[in-house]
Ligand binder design. Structure first.
Ligand SMILES: Nc1ncnc2c1ncn2[C@@H]1O[C@H](COP(=O)(O)OP(=O)(O)O)[C@@H](O)[C@H]1O
Ligand SMILES: [Mg+2]
Length: 366
């Protein structure tokens, strides 16, 4: 059964239409990530679910019950905010225990619950400290502890890691995911960071301007984006986009980038373009689908291209190489030692089996 059901939800702030018709069902136990650019309505949606904002239209159901008119404290929701919102004059113990006391939990139950949550988050040695005596990462753990100590039906996180430095963020991503596996609770996690969304989610809901652009498992969205927007949002370095036209070759439709450069498609991809001959097209190629050509590689769909590399960016595990393809600069994600310096000529293979073909009028994937 869906733990949370949202139907035709709208929210305005004066003239700003922040949430523009969201329909969403979240099954019990799922870890859902709401992701999208800053300002797309993620926090508004989360706060409306929590009851901190009133919906202008639509329904919010929790466990089958409409909660639009239920007070936040009675919605059985625990929330972690970006700014932690801890009480400065309370110890860590009292901060974590606060929600339990407010709900009149018997005293004998409070201490074991707080200690268990603190142990899960490795802050059990900090229980007598005050927030000012803690690092950013420790503060974040206390804020998470305060939410998970409660036996709520739904746990909401609003960009909880964005104040942490990169290394700590990586670490906490794994910890929150593990926490979800241990607790098996329904969690909704908001972030603008596509890496967080990809690595943490059971299901990603990608928002754009107050609407759902696409929802699905991380690899679903990554490998089968519905629109050019989704294709460009997920992935780092981002997908390369090239303006093109549908060209007719003896083998069937191909992707023409310039008068002198046309990329043939494998047989399985040609059908989609039959009806679009001569029409405009955007070709999407992920950096990892541009490979260093191997001498004997004759696999269907690999198109050889002799590239003049003009920028080389090693990350250690991979090297990003920029070169001109058609009228655009594109990035290839190569093996670390495939390329060493700008100015080098390199035989590459473009994997057209994985190419994303986009209708430039509608921005929908063909
Ligand atoms: N309290 C508010 N008053 C007026 N406008 C707001 C308020 N909160 C958010 N907004 C506007 O609503 C839109 C969505 O904001 P928000 O939900 O905070 O986005 P996100 O969390 O995705 O960054 C933005 O245009 C933002 O400026
Ligand atoms: Mg926000």
């Amino acid at each position: 059964m869906a733990d949370l059901k949202i139907k035709a939800l709208h929210k305005h702030y004066g003239p700003v239409h922040a949430v523009r018709g969201i329909d969403l069902e979240i099954p019990a136990g799922e870890f859902t990530v709401l992701v999208g650019q800053s300002g797309c309505g993620k926090s508004t949606l989360l706060r409306t679910i929590a009851g901190l904002e009133d919906a202008d239209a639509g329904d919010i159901e929790i466990a089958g019950e409409r909660v639009n008119d239920v007070a936040p404290k009675d919605r059985d929701i625990a929330m972690v905010f970006q700014n932690y919102a801890l009480y400065p004059y309370m110890t860590v113990f009292d901060n974590i225990a606060f929600g339990l006391r407010a709900r009149r939990t018997p005293k004998s139950e409070i201490e074991p619950k707080v200690r268990r949550a603190a142990r899960m988050l490795a802050i059990d040695h900090l229980l007598q400290r005050f927030p000012r005596q803690l690092s950013g990462g420790q503060l974040q753990r206390v804020a998470i502890g305060r939410a998970i100590v409660r036996n709520a039906r739904l746990y909401l996180f609003d960009e909880p890691l964005s104040n942490l430095d990169a290394q700590l963020r990586d670490e906490m991503r794994g910890e929150i995911k593990r926490l979800h596996q241990e607790l098996g609770k329904t969690m909704i996690y908001v972030t603008h960071d596509q890496v967080e969304a990809m690595t943490m989610a059971d299901r990603i809901v990608l928002l754009r301007e107050g609407r759902i652009e696409q929802a699905g498992s991380p690899l679903d969205l990554y490998e089968r984006p519905a629109t050019g927007y989704v294709a460009g949002f997920l992935g780092s370095p981002a997908m390369n986009f090239l303006p093109a036209t549908v060209d007719e070759q003896s083998s069937g439709p191909a992707v023409r980038l310039t008068p002198t450069l046309s990329l043939p498609l494998p047989a399985a991809r040609r059908g989609a373009l039959e009806a679009r001959r001569g029409g405009a097209l955007t070709l999407g190629l992920r950096p990892e689908h541009i490979l260093r050509a191997a001498g004997d590689d004759a696999r269907e769909g690999l198109v050889r291209y002799s590239a003049l590399i003009d920028l080389v960016q090693p990350t250690g595990s991979r090297t990003y190489a920029t070169f001109r393809l058609g009228e655009r600069d594109v990035v290839a994600e190569l093996q670390s030692h495939d390329v060493s310096r700008p100015g080098e000529k390199l035989d590459l293979a473009l994997d057209m089996n994985r190419a994303v073909l986009i209708d430039p009028e509608t921005n929908r994937v063909i």
